[in-house]
Design a binder for this molecule. Structure first.
Ligand code: UD1
Ligand code: MG
Length: 455
């Protein structure tokens, strides 16, 4: 196998998105479009990937980090000019170069692999990924000669009446013989309606030199969708969502309403998980077998254990064990660790805290910057007072202790093993092992006082 390279075109402005966010960074199913492209390219094993950046260059580089190399295209003078910018890094190298746009998030590595296979098998200088959509308006058209060979590509704006009737279009993805690509780019002019250096003009140049040009007609036109505005963005989102959900269903996950369930491309879900409507699971998340998630829940960058039930709740950047019950209406905030068989009930918020096996906070609590041991019972309305307006402090509640309803634990503070805190107490000092701590004013009953008041 010869060397394989890729060039991603991502320097255009994306004016039609009408956005302060640079086009290729708009997410599809929670992941930036250009990242989808890079992920698929990484799957097909390339030796070097170059991203052509221009508008929003820094932000694109920030997103992709060291996954690709970058070449700056200072002025956007066309797709041919864009590829030309990689010349000092790539020209003269032997191998195959894939050129792909950063705004085609749906293209799969399978399709790219088939394109490269055909290109290499046929020993072509260029192989264009083409398609036959119902409506070819706007696309470059593939012009073939009487022998059905690809002659050239004509941009929609430059095409004559007959050429506009051609239904085969250029999807904007290609495979080139690397040396031929950079040699012929030198001959591309900007003598056209848009005054741009068109990459597809390379095809006509090579054809006139008698080189072999090939086209791979993809049966999956859907995959080649280029996102130029928010209408296309929502289309891409819907197609990707269907694709992701279908794959999980095939692997044994139940979706009560797949059209209304949003799963990110990198989420892992085990068999026999049930997902109820209105649920969003994104980022680097993993759901264990037998779990039930939703309805109306949001899980991000978290690991959820097996047989755990999460209802109408939010879990971010946290670890949740097995057989845990969360919700309805609970919020597990980042850096929390909820161990097996814990219950986090209605209107409970947990932040940057751990809860040991079998512990319960069933209603209306705030647990922040706390370390809660095993088998602790946190009563309704009990809270950790972790913030003095300036700094955050830690609360430690050891194994087997019992925190009464509406208690305030003013941090830094520790409730030792098996201790009890009476309901309504405001605890400011450590509670020793197995002690009962009461910190509230005594109740006085004034007999008959109400009748006196009414007189
Ligand atoms: C291009 C093709 C067209 C094809 C269509 C498929 C050309 C001339 N035409 O048209 O045949 O049917 O894609 O979607 O290539 N870019 C740069 N630098 C530039 C110009 C563009 O990086 O100077 C990038 C853009 O950010 C974009 C991609 O190249 O990601 C394609 O450019 P765009 O202007 O959208 O080309 P189309 O008009 O769609
Ligand atoms: Mg385009």
């Amino acid at each position: 196998m010869s060397n394989r390279y890729a060039v991603i075109l991502a320097a255009g402005q994306g004016t039609r998105m009408k956005s302060s966010l640079y086009k290729v960074l708009h997410p599809v199913c929670g992941k930036p479009m250009v990242q989808h492209v890079v992920d698929q390219l990484i799957d097909i094993n390339l030796s070097e990937i170059y991203t052509i950046v221009g508008h929003g260059a820094e932000k694109v580089q920030e997103q992709l980090g060291n996954q690709t190399q970058f070449v700056l295209q200072e002025e956007q003078l066309g797709t041919g000019h864009a590829v030309m910018q990689a010349s000092s890094s790539l020209s003269g190298k032997k191998g195959t170069t894939v050129v792909i746009c950063g705004d085609t998030p749906l293209l799969t590595s399978n399709t790219l692999e088939s394109l490269i296979q055909q290109h290499e098998n046929e020993n072509a200088k260029v192989t264009v990924l083409t398609a036959q959509p119902e409506d070819p308006t706007g696309y470059g058209r593939v012009v073939r000669n009487s022998n059905d060979e690809v002659e050239k590509i004509v941009e929609h704006k430059d095409a004559n009446k007959d050429e506009r009737k051609i239904s085969e279009i250029n999807t904007g993805t290609y495979c080139f013989d690397n040396e031929a690509l950079f040699e012929s780019l030198n001959h591309v002019s900007n003598d056209n309606v848009q005054g741009e250096y068109y990459l597809p003009d390379v095809i006509e140049i090579l054809k006139s030199q008698g080189e072999k040009i090939s086209a791979y007609i993809t049966p999956n036109f859907e995959e080649t969708l280029g996102v130029n505005d928010r209408v296309a963005l929502s289309k891409a989102e819907a197609i990707m969502r269907k694709r992701i959900n279908r794959e999980h269903m095939k692997n044994g996950v139940t979706f009560i309403d797949p059209d209304n369930t949003y799963i990110g491309p990198d989420v892992k879900i085990d068999q026999d998980v049930i997902i109820y409507p209105g649920t969003t699971i994104t980022g680097d998340a993993k759901i264990g077998t037998g779990a039930e998630i939703g309805p109306n829940s949001e899980i991000k960058d978290s690991e959820i254990g097996h047989n755990t039930v999460i209802k109408q709740s939010v879990v971010h950047d946290s670890q949740v064990g097995d057989k845990v019950q969360i919700g309805p209406f609970a919020h597990i905030r980042p850096l929390s660790e909820i161990k097996d068989e814990v219950k986090v009930g209605n209107f409970v918020e947990v932040k940057k805290s751990s809860m040991g096996q079998g512990s319960k906070a069933s209603h209306l609590s705030y647990i922040g910057d706390a370390e809660v041991g095993k088998d602790v019972n946190i009563g309704c309305g009990a809270i950790t007072v972790n913030y003095d307006g300036k700094n955050k402090y830690k609360t430690i509640i050891e194994e087997g202790s019992f925190i009464g309803c509406n208690a305030n634990l003013i941090a830094p503070v520790k409730v030792e093993k098996g201790a009890y805190v009476a309901a309504g107490s405001t605890i400011t000092k450590n509670v020793p092992e197995k002690a009962l701590s009461i910190a509230r004013s005594r109740q006085t009953n004034k007999e008959g006082y109400v009748d006196k008041l009414k007189k």
